[in-house]
Design a protein around this ligand. Structure first.
Ligand code: MN
Ligand code: MN
Length: 335
């Protein structure tokens, strides 16, 4: 070690150090490739080969890492301390060796995540475009079976083939339902809006049993009622949380490829996420941050703040599962 704190022993903790110093890992968590000392793995997926319009989300992980260094240790609203509750590490990037071949790229992502989940690590990812959630869900479902899902997005992402491709960022959750990776009855989609070329754009979601909360309904009900609805639908089983930054209003998240006017405010989003405490979350992602369209670093910063809330939820859920495993009467040996 070249540099060892001498004046303040607190500074042994990377989260206690001056936030402007050091290499920009996610939340200044220790970078690691060691799968044996990690409970929650933060992973960048710099891939945007699935976008249907404006590209650039491949630069999302780096921008979110940089902005995430602004956050601190403790969630002042919920009092959760994720880095104390679990061993949180930045596992680096799931970068793609053959990015121009979409199906191969998705297979590469799946293979990476199968190693992560098989090691018992809870993955928290930053895209990349939303097509990355499909291969991540393949790995998650391989461990847990079909999961419930909280999906916050301006788009339902349950479209069908586009320009001859089964796979793109507008279709991951139709494919995930078809592949039995998610249980549509336990899926809620929140914030859906915008214009469409397909009058049946949300049809697959609704026919398969997903609950679609349009942006208008979200505005009418408010975050508190929608959070209650989300908890009811996701239930007590394993749940995945996927957050598309374009769910936010473009005034608060301009840096994304497919903006839609009239979205969720960032404070509403934080409250909504905090109200999901208690769900048995086994993974999450934040996708579609495209820094080249950003104004200042607004989108990446709001994205990092949302990512922190998801991290807090995952850390609490991890802690609860660990407790359950230790006390058989409280839930027993079921992993
Ligand atoms: Mn999306
Ligand atoms: Mn979207």
């Amino acid at each position: 070690m070249i540099k060892q704190p001498t004046a303040y022993q607190d500074l042994q903790d990377p989260q206690a150090r001056p936030r402007y110093a050091g290499i920009a890992s996610f939340f200044r968590a220790p970078p690691s490739q060691d799968l044996t000392d990690t409970d929650i793995g933060l992973i960048g997926v710099p891939f945007d080969g699935g976008v249907t319009n404006r590209s650039g989300a491949r630069h999302g992980p780096r921008a979110v890492r940089e902005q995430s260094t602004l956050l601190r240790r403790i969630n002042a609203a919920t009092r959760v301390q994720p880095f104390a509750a679990a061993r949180v590490r930045d596992l680096g990037d799931c970068w793609i060796e053959r990015p121009y071949d979409l199906i191969t790229a998705l297979s590469e992502i799946e293979a990476f995540y199968r190693i992560v989940t098989a090691a018992g690590i809870v993955p928290l990812s930053v895209g990349g475009d939303h097509s990355i959630s499909l291969p991540i869900l393949r790995a998650v479902a391989a461990m847990h079976g079909p999961v419930g899902m909280i999906h916050i997005d301006a788009h339902s992402d349950t479209g069908d083939d586009y320009l001859g491709s089964r796979f793109h960022h507008g279709a991951p959750f139709r494919r995930a339902a078809e592949e039995n990776l998610i249980d549509p009855q336990r899926v809620i989609q929140i914030g859906i809006r915008g214009t469409t070329n397909d009058p049946d754009m949300w049809g697959f979601s609704q026919r398969s049993g997903m609950r679609v909360v349009s942006m208008d309904e979200f505005a009418d009900l408010g975050w508190r009622a929608v959070a209650e609805e989300a908890r009811r639908i996701a239930g007590t089983g394993k749940v995945y949380l996927t957050y598309d930054i374009d769910s936010l209003d473009p005034s608060q998240a301009p840096g994304t490829g497919t903006p839609e006017a009239g979205g969720i405010g960032v404070h509403e989003a934080l409250r909504l996420l905090r109200s999901l405490q208690g769900l048995d979350l086994v993974g999450g992602d934040l996708v579609e941050v495209a820094p080249s369209f950003d104004v200042g670093t607004l989108t990446a910063f709001n994205g990092a703040s949302i990512l922190f809330e998801i991290l807090c939820l995952l850390a609490e859920a991890f802690q609860q599962r660990t407790r359950d495993q230790r006390s058989p009467e409280a839930g027993g040996e079921r992993a």
